[in-house]
Write a protein that binds this ligand. Structure first.
Ligand code: PEP
Ligand code: MN
Length: 262
Protein backbone atom coordinates (compact mmCIF):
# COMPACT_ATOMS: atom_id res chain seq x y z
CA UNK A 1 0.00 0.00 0.00
CA UNK A 2 2.84 2.44 0.71
CA UNK A 3 4.58 1.47 -2.54
CA UNK A 4 4.91 4.41 -4.91
CA UNK A 5 4.25 2.31 -8.00
CA UNK A 6 0.61 1.81 -6.94
CA UNK A 7 -0.12 5.52 -6.61
CA UNK A 8 -0.30 8.08 -9.38
CA UNK A 9 0.24 10.97 -6.98
CA UNK A 10 2.10 11.74 -3.78
CA UNK A 11 0.07 11.54 -0.58
CA UNK A 12 -1.00 14.78 1.04
CA UNK A 13 -1.59 14.48 4.78
CA UNK A 14 -3.96 17.26 5.79
CA UNK A 15 -4.41 18.66 9.27
CA UNK A 16 -7.01 21.36 8.69
CA UNK A 17 -5.26 23.72 6.29
CA UNK A 18 -1.79 22.47 7.21
CA UNK A 19 -0.69 20.10 4.45
CA UNK A 20 2.26 17.72 4.51
CA UNK A 21 3.17 16.78 0.96
CA UNK A 22 4.55 17.86 -2.38
CA UNK A 23 4.76 21.64 -2.76
CA UNK A 24 4.35 22.32 0.96
CA UNK A 25 6.80 22.72 3.82
CA UNK A 26 5.86 22.46 7.49
CA UNK A 27 7.86 22.95 10.65
CA UNK A 28 6.79 21.17 13.84
CA UNK A 29 8.32 22.71 16.93
CA UNK A 30 8.02 22.75 20.70
CA UNK A 31 9.63 21.24 23.77
CA UNK A 32 10.67 17.64 24.20
CA UNK A 33 8.24 17.49 27.14
CA UNK A 34 5.36 19.63 28.31
CA UNK A 35 6.51 20.86 31.72
CA UNK A 36 4.07 23.59 32.80
CA UNK A 37 1.33 25.84 31.43
CA UNK A 38 3.66 28.86 31.35
CA UNK A 39 6.33 26.90 29.49
CA UNK A 40 4.12 25.41 26.79
CA UNK A 41 2.22 28.67 26.17
CA UNK A 42 5.40 30.73 25.93
CA UNK A 43 7.02 28.25 23.54
CA UNK A 44 3.83 27.84 21.47
CA UNK A 45 3.40 31.58 20.96
CA UNK A 46 7.05 32.08 20.05
CA UNK A 47 7.36 29.20 17.57
CA UNK A 48 4.12 30.23 15.90
CA UNK A 49 5.45 33.75 15.48
CA UNK A 50 8.63 32.35 13.93
CA UNK A 51 6.62 30.32 11.41
CA UNK A 52 6.10 26.87 12.92
CA UNK A 53 2.76 25.37 11.85
CA UNK A 54 2.42 22.50 14.37
CA UNK A 55 3.15 22.47 18.11
CA UNK A 56 4.91 19.44 19.61
CA UNK A 57 5.21 18.48 23.25
CA UNK A 58 5.71 15.11 24.90
CA UNK A 59 3.27 14.01 27.60
CA UNK A 60 4.00 10.27 27.73
CA UNK A 61 7.80 10.10 27.55
CA UNK A 62 9.60 6.87 26.67
CA UNK A 63 12.77 7.43 28.75
CA UNK A 64 15.81 5.15 28.80
CA UNK A 65 15.86 5.27 32.62
CA UNK A 66 12.79 4.64 34.79
CA UNK A 67 14.13 7.31 37.15
CA UNK A 68 14.10 10.04 34.50
CA UNK A 69 11.13 12.43 34.16
CA UNK A 70 8.33 10.38 32.59
CA UNK A 71 6.22 13.29 31.37
CA UNK A 72 3.08 14.93 32.78
CA UNK A 73 0.89 12.34 31.01
CA UNK A 74 -2.85 13.29 31.05
CA UNK A 75 -2.03 16.67 32.61
CA UNK A 76 0.45 17.30 29.80
CA UNK A 77 -2.26 16.62 27.21
CA UNK A 78 -4.54 19.13 28.95
CA UNK A 79 -1.80 21.77 28.82
CA UNK A 80 -1.25 21.06 25.12
CA UNK A 81 -4.98 21.61 24.53
CA UNK A 82 -4.76 24.96 26.31
CA UNK A 83 -1.80 25.96 24.11
CA UNK A 84 -3.75 24.86 21.04
CA UNK A 85 -6.72 27.02 22.04
CA UNK A 86 -4.45 29.94 22.84
CA UNK A 87 -2.51 29.88 19.55
CA UNK A 88 -4.64 27.96 17.07
CA UNK A 89 -1.68 25.65 16.35
CA UNK A 90 -2.56 21.98 15.76
CA UNK A 91 -0.78 19.68 18.23
CA UNK A 92 1.27 16.49 17.98
CA UNK A 93 2.26 14.25 20.86
CA UNK A 94 3.57 10.73 21.29
CA UNK A 95 1.30 7.79 22.09
CA UNK A 96 3.08 4.92 23.81
CA UNK A 97 0.06 2.74 24.45
CA UNK A 98 -3.31 2.48 22.72
CA UNK A 99 -5.10 2.83 26.09
CA UNK A 100 -4.12 6.52 25.88
CA UNK A 101 -6.36 7.00 22.81
CA UNK A 102 -9.33 8.14 24.91
CA UNK A 103 -7.24 11.14 25.99
CA UNK A 104 -6.23 12.03 22.43
CA UNK A 105 -9.49 13.61 21.18
CA UNK A 106 -7.90 17.05 20.93
CA UNK A 107 -4.58 15.79 19.50
CA UNK A 108 -4.20 16.40 15.76
CA UNK A 109 -1.31 14.05 14.96
CA UNK A 110 -0.40 10.88 16.84
CA UNK A 111 3.36 10.40 17.10
CA UNK A 112 4.73 6.87 17.14
CA UNK A 113 8.22 7.15 18.57
CA UNK A 114 11.40 5.46 17.41
CA UNK A 115 11.24 2.94 20.26
CA UNK A 116 7.77 1.84 19.18
CA UNK A 117 8.37 1.67 15.43
CA UNK A 118 8.03 -2.09 15.58
CA UNK A 119 5.36 -2.26 18.27
CA UNK A 120 3.12 -4.03 15.79
CA UNK A 121 0.05 -4.11 18.04
CA UNK A 122 0.26 -0.33 18.50
CA UNK A 123 0.74 0.13 14.73
CA UNK A 124 -2.35 -1.99 14.02
CA UNK A 125 -4.39 0.01 16.53
CA UNK A 126 -3.44 3.42 15.10
CA UNK A 127 -4.16 1.92 11.70
CA UNK A 128 -7.77 1.58 12.82
CA UNK A 129 -8.20 5.25 13.67
CA UNK A 130 -8.31 8.03 11.12
CA UNK A 131 -6.06 10.56 12.80
CA UNK A 132 -2.82 11.43 11.01
CA UNK A 133 0.20 9.52 12.33
CA UNK A 134 3.82 10.66 12.43
CA UNK A 135 5.89 7.49 12.33
CA UNK A 136 9.51 7.83 13.46
CA UNK A 137 12.23 5.51 12.22
CA UNK A 138 13.55 3.09 14.84
CA UNK A 139 17.06 3.54 16.22
CA UNK A 140 18.22 0.29 14.66
CA UNK A 141 15.84 -0.18 11.78
CA UNK A 142 16.41 -0.37 8.07
CA UNK A 143 14.46 1.68 5.57
CA UNK A 144 12.66 -1.45 4.46
CA UNK A 145 11.57 -2.21 8.04
CA UNK A 146 10.48 1.42 8.40
CA UNK A 147 8.29 1.12 5.32
CA UNK A 148 6.83 -2.18 6.54
CA UNK A 149 5.81 -0.43 9.76
CA UNK A 150 4.01 2.22 7.70
CA UNK A 151 2.41 -0.67 5.82
CA UNK A 152 1.05 -2.03 9.14
CA UNK A 153 -0.72 1.29 9.75
CA UNK A 154 -2.04 1.46 6.21
CA UNK A 155 -3.24 -2.12 6.26
CA UNK A 156 -5.73 -1.03 8.93
CA UNK A 157 -7.09 1.65 6.61
CA UNK A 158 -5.24 4.73 7.85
CA UNK A 159 -3.37 6.34 4.96
CA UNK A 160 -2.53 9.55 6.79
CA UNK A 161 1.10 8.81 7.57
CA UNK A 162 4.10 11.14 7.72
CA UNK A 163 7.50 9.42 7.85
CA UNK A 164 10.22 10.91 10.06
CA UNK A 165 13.94 10.15 9.84
CA UNK A 166 15.45 10.89 13.26
CA UNK A 167 18.92 9.36 13.10
CA UNK A 168 20.09 5.79 13.57
CA UNK A 169 22.72 4.12 15.74
CA UNK A 170 26.14 3.79 14.15
CA UNK A 171 29.74 3.47 15.40
CA UNK A 172 29.83 7.24 15.93
CA UNK A 173 29.70 8.41 19.55
CA UNK A 174 30.15 12.18 19.20
CA UNK A 175 26.54 12.53 18.15
CA UNK A 176 23.52 10.93 19.81
CA UNK A 177 22.59 9.25 16.52
CA UNK A 178 23.70 9.57 12.91
CA UNK A 179 21.32 11.40 10.59
CA UNK A 180 20.70 9.23 7.53
CA UNK A 181 20.12 11.87 4.86
CA UNK A 182 19.94 9.23 2.14
CA UNK A 183 16.77 7.94 3.81
CA UNK A 184 14.85 10.93 2.44
CA UNK A 185 15.32 10.35 -1.31
CA UNK A 186 15.06 6.59 -0.78
CA UNK A 187 11.79 6.83 1.15
CA UNK A 188 10.44 9.16 -1.52
CA UNK A 189 11.52 6.79 -4.27
CA UNK A 190 9.95 3.75 -2.61
CA UNK A 191 6.82 5.29 -1.12
CA UNK A 192 4.32 8.04 -1.87
CA UNK A 193 4.26 9.40 1.70
CA UNK A 194 5.56 12.76 2.97
CA UNK A 195 8.96 12.61 4.70
CA UNK A 196 10.36 14.92 7.36
CA UNK A 197 13.59 15.03 9.37
CA UNK A 198 14.11 15.53 13.11
CA UNK A 199 17.61 17.03 13.42
CA UNK A 200 17.28 17.39 17.20
CA UNK A 201 17.13 13.69 18.10
CA UNK A 202 19.41 12.83 15.16
CA UNK A 203 22.29 14.85 16.62
CA UNK A 204 21.57 15.45 20.30
CA UNK A 205 23.60 18.65 19.94
CA UNK A 206 22.04 22.11 19.65
CA UNK A 207 24.74 23.56 17.37
CA UNK A 208 24.20 20.77 14.82
CA UNK A 209 20.48 21.45 14.47
CA UNK A 210 20.80 24.37 11.99
CA UNK A 211 23.30 22.67 9.62
CA UNK A 212 21.33 19.39 9.65
CA UNK A 213 18.11 21.30 8.99
CA UNK A 214 19.70 22.82 5.91
CA UNK A 215 20.94 19.39 4.81
CA UNK A 216 17.36 18.14 5.20
CA UNK A 217 16.05 20.95 3.00
CA UNK A 218 18.73 20.17 0.42
CA UNK A 219 17.66 16.51 0.11
CA UNK A 220 14.02 17.48 -0.36
CA UNK A 221 12.16 16.93 2.91
CA UNK A 222 8.54 18.00 3.31
CA UNK A 223 9.22 19.46 6.72
CA UNK A 224 11.21 19.44 9.95
CA UNK A 225 10.59 18.63 13.59
CA UNK A 226 12.73 20.79 15.88
CA UNK A 227 12.88 20.79 19.67
CA UNK A 228 12.69 24.21 21.28
CA UNK A 229 12.54 25.42 24.89
CA UNK A 230 12.13 28.78 26.61
CA UNK A 231 15.02 27.87 28.94
CA UNK A 232 16.97 24.89 27.53
CA UNK A 233 19.41 24.81 30.47
CA UNK A 234 16.50 24.00 32.81
CA UNK A 235 14.68 21.59 30.47
CA UNK A 236 13.52 18.35 32.12
CA UNK A 237 14.36 16.42 28.95
CA UNK A 238 16.73 16.89 25.99
CA UNK A 239 17.89 20.41 26.89
CA UNK A 240 21.27 19.93 25.18
CA UNK A 241 19.64 19.54 21.79
CA UNK A 242 16.91 22.15 22.24
CA UNK A 243 17.13 25.53 20.58
CA UNK A 244 16.10 28.54 22.60
CA UNK A 245 13.38 30.70 21.10
CA UNK A 246 15.75 33.21 19.53
CA UNK A 247 17.92 30.50 17.98
CA UNK A 248 14.80 28.91 16.55
CA UNK A 249 13.67 32.22 15.10
CA UNK A 250 16.97 32.80 13.33
CA UNK A 251 16.99 29.23 11.97
CA UNK A 252 13.47 29.78 10.62
CA UNK A 253 14.53 32.99 8.88
CA UNK A 254 17.39 31.08 7.27
CA UNK A 255 15.15 28.19 6.19
CA UNK A 256 12.57 30.55 4.73
CA UNK A 257 15.27 31.84 2.39
CA UNK A 258 15.85 28.29 1.13
CA UNK A 259 12.37 26.87 0.79
CA UNK A 260 8.91 28.15 0.07
CA UNK A 261 6.54 27.66 2.99
CA UNK A 262 2.95 26.96 2.09
C1 PEP B 1 10.39 12.64 20.57
O1 PEP B 1 10.29 13.15 19.44
O2 PEP B 1 9.83 13.13 21.56
C2 PEP B 1 11.15 11.41 20.75
C3 PEP B 1 11.16 10.74 21.91
O3 PEP B 1 11.84 11.03 19.66
P1 PEP B 1 12.33 9.57 19.20
O4 PEP B 1 11.18 8.65 19.36
O5 PEP B 1 12.76 9.81 17.80
O6 PEP B 1 13.49 9.22 20.11
MN1 MN C 1 13.25 14.76 22.95
Amino acid sequence: LVNRSFHAENKNVEIGNVIFGEGHFQVISGPCSVESEEQIIEVAKAVKKSGATILRGGAYKPRSSPYSFQGLQEDGLKLLSIAKKETGLPIITEMTNIRQLENFDDVDIIQIGARNMQNFDLLKEVGHCRKPVLLKRGLNNTIEEFLMSAEYIMAGGNENIILCERGIRTIETMTRNTLDVSAVPLLKKESYLPVIIDPSHASGIRSLVPPLSKAAVAVGVDGLMIETHNDPAQALCDGAQSLDLLQFDSLMQDIKRRVEFE
